[in-house]
Design a protein around this ligand. Structure first.
Ligand code: BG6
Length: 488
């Protein structure tokens, strides 16, 4: 057995990381517009107001807003069946609480989805990829405020009505579990939650220094679960063919040693970091161990017993489970071990694995393990990998090309791992690798951390004419899709 005939091969981006045009056609500011670039060892910083002297990578990003026709044509040339992107909330409701949507923003996504349709590319749309309007952050404290649920619902219902004949697959929130993974930074990116003193700050704040209050974080996350469930329900009412997916950031973990304490610690963390959000969105209820988990975090979780919310969560379960997977790491109760980076946080380094230039450990077997584990946990639910890839520093050579054999060397065994899982019965519906075209890194704000099959002439000093160049991996991925994953 191999990949299903209608397997959704493609690529994934987020509006804020590629579109640019951050104030064009009436768009309002959203969280990423406020973030100044950093690097592996220097965190991103922000000020509550735009600093006119600073360079903001997402303000122009790779100018997808003006290049989307050219870019979709390149995706079509690779044979994409699916393109995952997000709608930037601030294009539709510039402040988040506006009375009426911004028609110019709606028209942009109309045109984008029409362009996909022209090539039979199925859009998969994330409704909130760290893109909460800034006004909702400063005036409402993001999802900590229940009122934000209504603002979000108004936004998503506007999208469902408008695009009901153009989009079938939706993701209510990107990497919803990131809220609790990246203390402080997760609160801002995922929940739009900032303390008053940070909202008033006159100094640039490194995102790693943001305060993290578990009580507020889990209250806001609960509100996001409710918002997600209400969105799923409303979407199914508007178009019963809509399919909704959860989106969980998966960084597979292994216990570092056979010490039973490490094994139990691993089990607990796997529950907390991944299964917690997955269970709520897929099963429509908090897992049985949620109360002891809240006690661990010192959180008073009365919201978990609210009968109305319980009903809402039950009525709004997702149709498929989608997730991102880049790397794995180890976990141990011993604090004195070597650590490694990842999109989750610092964890113990696995001595058996190599890592990317950003320290993310490369582990295709971890993808197989994750697929099998998820199918064991949610046997009735189709899976989809909606992010995977290698962030690397590409060199444009004298022949005007990018010979990125290291990217192919990363992707090939990951696709082979998917194939093994499919052969073993995993209901995998698709694969959209991250950043098919170079874009701004969410974690560091860099351009030089490139994921694309398509190189974009743009650098971290804001230089470059945005021209596009096909890398060697472009032709490799084309071949992969053409052969439905057989010719790697
Ligand atoms: C995921 C996010 O966590 O990882 C993306 O959904 C992000 O937005 C991707 O870009 C890769 O992370 P980074 O930090 O290399 O951009």
């Amino acid at each position: 057995m191999s990949f299903p005939k209608k397997f959704l091969w493609g690529g994934a981006v987020a509006a804020n990381q590629c579109e640019g045009a951050y104030l064009t056609d009436g768009k309002g500011l959203s969280v990423p517009d406020m973030l100044i670039g950093g690097s592996l060892n220097t965190p991103r910083t922000f000020l509550p107001q735009i600093d006119t002297t600073a360079f903001y990578p997402s303000h122009q990003a790779v100018d997808f807003y003006h290049h989307y026709k050219e870019d979709i044509a390149l995706f079509a040339e690779m044979g994409f069946k699916c393109f995952r992107t997000s709608i930037n909330w601030g294009r539709i409701f510039p402040n988040g609480d506006d009375e009426r949507p911004n028609e110019a923003g709606l028209q942009f996504y109309d045109a984008l989805f029409d362009e996909c349709k022209k090539y039979n590319i199925e859009p998969l749309v994330t409704l909130c990829h760290y893109e909460i309007p800034w006004h909702i952050v400063t005036e409402y404290h993001g999802f900590y405020n229940r009122k934000t649920i209504d603002l979000y619902l108004k936004y998503v219902k506007t999208c469902f009505q408008r695009y009901k004949d153009k989009v079938k697959y939706w993701i209510p929130f990107n990497e919803i579990n990131m809220a609790m993974m990246n203390a402080g930074m997760g609160d801002l990116y995922c929940l739009g939650l900032l303390e008053d003193e940070d909202i008033r700050s006159k100094e640039r704040i490194p995102v790693t220094k943001l305060k993290h209050d578990p009580q507020k974080c889990f209250t806001a996350l609960h509100n996001e679960f409710v918002a997600s469930a209400l969105a799923v329900k409303a979407g199914h009412e508007i178009n019963p063919d809509f399919k909704f997916g959860t989106m969980i950031a998966h960084g597979t973990m292994y216990p570092l040693t056979p010490d039973p304490k490490d094994m139990l610690f691993y089990q607990k963390k796997e529950h907390q970091k991944y299964d917690f959000c997955g269970d709520v969105q897929v099963r429509g209820k908090y897992p049985c161990w949620a109360k002891s988990m809240f006690a661990d975090y010192g959180v008073q979780a009365d919201f978990i017993d609210d009968l109305d919310d319980k009903r809402i969560l039950k009525e709004g379960v997702v149709d498929f489970y989608s997730f991102s997977y880049y790397s794995s790491s180890c976990i141990t109760t011993n604090p004195n071990v070597e650590k490694t980076h990842g999109n989750m946080s610092f964890r113990a380094k696995n001595p058996y694995l190599k890592a990317s230039e950003w320290g993310w450990q490369i582990d295709p077997d971890g993808l197989y393990y994750t697929l099998m584990r998820l199918t064991d946990r949610y046997p009735e639910t189709p899976l989809m990998i909606v992010e995977n890839g290698l962030g690397a520093m590409d060199q444009l050579t004298a022949d005007g090309k990018v010979h990125d054999k290291y990217r192919i060397a990363y992707l090939k065994p990951h696709i082979e791992a998917m194939k093994r899982a499919v052969e073993d019965g995993v209901p995998l519906m698709g694969y959209t690798s991250w950043g098919p075209i170079d874009l701004v890194s969410a974690g560091t704000g860099e351009f030089r951390k490139r994921y694309g099959y398509i190189y974009v002439n743009r650098d971290d000093d804001g230089r470059g004419d945005f021209s596009r160049i096909k890398k060697d991996s472009f032709f490799w991925y084309k071949k992969c899709i053409e052969s439905n994953g057989e010719d790697l």
